[in-house]
Design a protein around this ligand. Structure first.
Ligand code: NAD
Length: 361
């Protein structure tokens, strides 16, 4: 089949890591008989340099007309870059907000997987790590506290600030459906995280998630309070498969989950709309400190491309082939500098990409 992919190399290490992920996709195409065609667009600092804005309407339209989007990262050195002496809506990162909004991406999916070869970077004790962990955090991205009505004003002579946390049934249902769909591709377990002992929005969340669960009899649904979830992630991370939660809880829990994997260069992510369309990107930033030095770890971006194969194109076998190839290079001891340890073989960005391509069968 033919798939149209928009590539957004972006800034810093973005172009280097996106190029490796593109080669991996081409290799998958070759081995499995698919055709991936690409259109590149500018976003972030490079778009500011070329057009004066972080994302043009034309670039957004190109992304909208494709089957999915692969992004590297945007942004420069925040303390020391010409891109930051401007209004916030003209800075590189404003491109990210604009594209997420413009493409209606409301479901953020961040896997946290511990490779046993990298377990030394995990801050948890061996007894807690056990047989490792493999979870995805599914975070609602466009509702809740970050988007509710707010003010800061003086009331009766006292400065007072208010934020509001609003969720509608529809907003909860569409993210719950996504979580159950993804659980069906995994170990068929959803843990829905809320604060239903206190918050009305959480009680509605629980009710709607339970309704959605009825359509997925094969999936086990458990509810967990957010404070307990924060503890369980570091006490027994192996129990989680799909963690479904609202915007602010997900913001915090997804960072906690990625922290316990210990390796920022390995963490993929996706943001999806109501259908199969998604924007796939590594969880890390543009790493200006190592840009252009062939030192960046391309694995997070390559694994993001694997998520695209599975979630947007339903090419599960192909996604697994990419994941297995990554696993194999790690088992063989190849490491980029960020994950290097004694006795391993140090390789650069390009060589790591090539080794992974070679192992896709
Ligand atoms: P960062 O993730 O870019 O870098 C943090 C540290 O991790 C750096 O030491 C970097 O060298 C290292 N690192 C990151 N990715 C790596 C990789 N693939 N391989 C090896 N090492 C890697 O975070 P930062 O320094 O806080 O931000 C740099 C720029 O990226 C800023 O402009 C920030 O706004 C932007 N940013 C963009 C995104 C995005 O595009 N989605 C996300 C986060 C930050």
């Amino acid at each position: 089949m033919d798939y149209k992919i928009t590539l957004i190399p972006g800034d810093g290490i973005g172009p280097e890591i996106v190029e490796e992920a593109r080669q991996v996709l081409d290799r998958v195409g070759e081995v499995y008989g698919h055709r991936f065609s690409y259109k590149k667009i500018l976003m972030g600092g490079c778009s500011i340099d070329a057009f004066g804005v972080p994302l043009t309407d034309e670039a957004l339209e190109t992304a909208r007309n494709s089957d999915s989007v692969l992004l590297g990262a945007v942004g420069g050195n925040v303390g020391n870059s010409r891109w930051y002496d401007v209004a916030p809506n003209l800075r590189p990162e404003a491109g990210l907000l604009a594209i997420r909004k413009g493409l209606g991406l409301f479901a953020n999916i961040r896997p946290a997987y511990l490779y046993k070869e990298l377990a030394g970077a995990c801050p948890l004790k061996d007894s807690v790590i056990g047989n490792g962990f493999d979870m995805v955090i599914m975070r609602e991205l466009t509702g809740g506290l970050y988007f509710g009505e707010r003010y800061t004003k003086e009331i009766n002579g006292v400065m007072t600030a208010m934020d509001t946390l609003v969720y509608s049934e529809e907003e909860i249902r569409r993210i719950a459906v996504k979580a159950f769909d993804i659980a069906m591709k995994r170990r068929k377990s959803v843990i829905s995280v809320d604060k239903a002992n206190v918050l009305d929005s959480s009680r509605l969340w629980r009710k709607v998630v339970e309704e959605v669960a009825k359509d997925y009899p094969e999936v086990t649904l458990t509810h967990m309070l957010v404070d307990n979830c924060a503890m369980q992630l570091v006490m027994n991370p192996g129990q989680f498969d799909v963690v479904l939660t609202e915007n602010m809880f997900g913001d915090i829990l997804s960072d906690e989950a990625s922290m316990i994997t210990g390796s920022i260069g390995m963490l993929s992510s996706a943001s999806m709309n109501e259908g199969k369309f998604g924007l796939y990107e590594p969880s890390h930033g543009s790493a200006p400190d190592i840009a252009g030095k062939d030192m960046a770890n391309p694995i997070a971006t390559i694994l993001s491309a694997a998520m695209m194969l599975s979630y947007s194109f339903d090419l599960d076998k192909e996604a697994e082939a990419v994941e297995n190839a990554v696993q194999q290079v790690l088992t063989e001891g190849y490491r980029t500098p960020d994950i290097m340890s004694e006795g391993c073989k140090k390789v650069g960005t390009k060589e790591m990409g090539r080794l992974i391509c070679e192992r896709i069968k």
